[in-house]
Ligand binder design. Sequence first.
Ligand SMILES: Nc1nc2c(ncn2[C@@H]2O[C@H](COP(=O)(O)OP(=O)(O)O)[C@@H](O)[C@H]2O)c(=O)[nH]1
Ligand SMILES: [Mg+2]
Length: 397
Amino acid sequence: MLIGVVGKANTGKSTFFKAATLMDVEIANYPFATIKPNHGVGFLRVPCVDKDFNTQCNPRTGYCKEHERFIPVDVIDVAGLVPGAHEGKGMGLEFLNDLNQADCLVHVIDCSGSTNEGGEPVEPGTHDPAKDIKFLEEELDHWYLGILKKPWEKFSRATAQTNEDVAKSLHKQFSGLGSTEDMIKDLLERTGLEDKKLNTWNEEELFRFGKALRKATKPMIIAANKLDLPQAQENLERLREEFPEHVIVGCSAVSELALKEADKHQAIHYLPGDDHFTVKGELNEQQKKGLEYIKTNVLAKHGSTGVQAVINKAVLEVLDHIAVWPGGVHKLADKDGNVLPDVFLLPAKSTALDFAYKVHTDFGKHFIRAIHVPTKRTVGKDFELHHRDVIEIIADK
Ligand SMILES: Nc1nc2c(ncn2[C@@H]2O[C@H](COP(=O)(O)OP(=O)(O)O)[C@@H](O)[C@H]2O)c(=O)[nH]1
Ligand SMILES: [Mg+2]
């Protein structure tokens, strides 16, 4: 799963990316090679099931602190959004290439309105961040339109000569965008294009379909950043009214980064996502002041810095995934004695059989039954899983 951080310049993307991916390498043993500096690993925070079994887990990847499990998710800082990116302006094509890999987008906006259209700093409250929300969507919609248009003439003429199902042809042609055939079927119906021959679609129809496809394949969450600045709270409330269909989460990336860094240097104890921290080391006057500011203006007012909330909502709500642990009824440890070492993210409503395949293809192929570990109940392949379930797979060896 890959989360792409996007937005215009100076809204705080890199700060958000750093805050979300900063980790204690010692504890978060994640087997990844840094291929590019803008790729990193962030974490979904889930109350660990180890607590329910009165034990302490030993995560293979990610980490568990105070029975809060931090599950790795890949994050990419997609820099380079400028007006006209879809036409290749700025780092346009590289930008779109990075973007294309993402399963979900975090759109970082400067909620205080202190960054103008061009990404330059201005007085708080002088730029309307609602414009940024519209701007990114338009940019993405034009990009999708371009992808559809390029092969359209040839492609639509070719399909007109066959009897192949329209949804099937569309899916085959544009599968690179991450669609499924069912998704395309649904989108065709919703855009009222299901009975229209592909070679008769006009520009407006292509745009309408592209927009629907963009929304389905690039679900988005808005990180209303710089919540620590004046005007931000007011703007946040207004944006929520103006865009009721969007998931908008307020955050202060700079605060999260400061807290994580202070924790890393043992100056404070802070669990990402918490509404508090405790001082445990020596602080100089400047650090004291900075932390005090975060405490009163961010944590006390908003309940957290919001960065963890963005990641959590992106995975659990926008992508609608659940976390499921493999585990045995009689033994929660693997052969090396590691307790509940793994946890998997999978789409909500996944079944016991889906889970078996996710754990290992052989488990899926030779599935016999599963056991819902907390209740010790035997369940079949169609058993629908829930967030924080622990499941034992019984397979034929
Ligand atoms: N007040 C405040 N400033 C922030 C916050 N996040 C980022 N910034 C500042 O905004 C500026 C741009 O940040 P950066 O992460 O480089 O933005 P990018 O161009 O979108 O990657 C820097 O001066 C950051 O320190 C925040 O939450 N609050
Ligand atoms: Mg940046």
